[in-house]
Design a protein around this ligand. Sequence first.
Ligand code: ASP
Length: 345
Amino acid sequence: MKFKYSNAILLFIIILGCSSPPPKEVTSKKKPVGIVIHGGAGTILRENMTTEIEDAYRKALANAIKIGYDILKNGGSGQEAVEKTINAMEDSALFNAGKGAVLTAKETIELDASFMDGATLDAGAISGVKTIKNPISAAIKVMSNSPHVMLSGEGADQFASEQGLEIVDQKYFFTDRRINSLKRVKEAEQNDKIISSLDEAFLRNNRFGTVGCVVLDSEGNLAAGTSTGGMTNKKWNRIGDAPIIGAGTYANNNTCAISATGWGEFFIRSVVAHDISALMEYKGLSIQEASRIVIHEKVATLGGDGGIVGIDNQGNVAMEMNTPGMYRAHIDNDGNLMVKIYKDE
Ligand code: ASP
């Protein structure tokens, strides 16, 4: 059989093909992920800190945020990342949420939490609950397993129990630290150091440690959650901004996910979380610029203090505060971890 010229070319191509390098690994089409958390804002000063306490906070923040980051990196949903990250902070006695919640004037615990899904604009919230170990999980259940957005008080506790969430005795939440701060605040109140319940210093300094988490997941969806015990010595079933969608928590895939911490009354009046989103949506501002305006101009002008953490749909991050400190942490898509406490860090 004659060896044709065309066969020679074919053979040449086959040999060339065999010796050429293997095709490049197909790069993942997954979108970048990002996560930011806070553990409360306020008058957090170096002079009031010991190295041990500072280390404990930094470790607790790092441990919690890594839980959420791993979920996101493995393709998990933003909802799961927010829930599990906040659960870790709720289980730590360091933060004013879950286990470490502050006490009310009646020496009880009343917890608030909310969650929002930026893809669907679905949301869930609970307020004034007394026995739910992880309030953020209850807020998510309200969103997914009830026709409502917000449940409060006994009914919310009952709903969480019916949903199979862990229910605990109030004693679970009582820590020496919070019992002592309630005592100090009450003493000050009796000694007339506090002129009225609206005394600034009193309100500014009795509420540190609310927790929050915002994420961008690998599907490009945003989610936000916030959980708190509110303010020490709170009365009359006071509710802050944390469980109010648009004030303490907001997420919208068109713009950003925000979780706030600070003097709740001012954050409610400034509708902080939604206002940041609205400035982005209607004015085209960046997340940093929108957050700066709301925290430093709007909230501060009214006389309120606090901060926010936020992430936009491109993974850009904001950590804005008008207080000397805010416990906070961020992990970017490449896994770079940043943990900070003081404003000037
Ligand atoms: N915003 C919370 C509240 O007013 C407290 C805080 O974030 O420090 O209940």
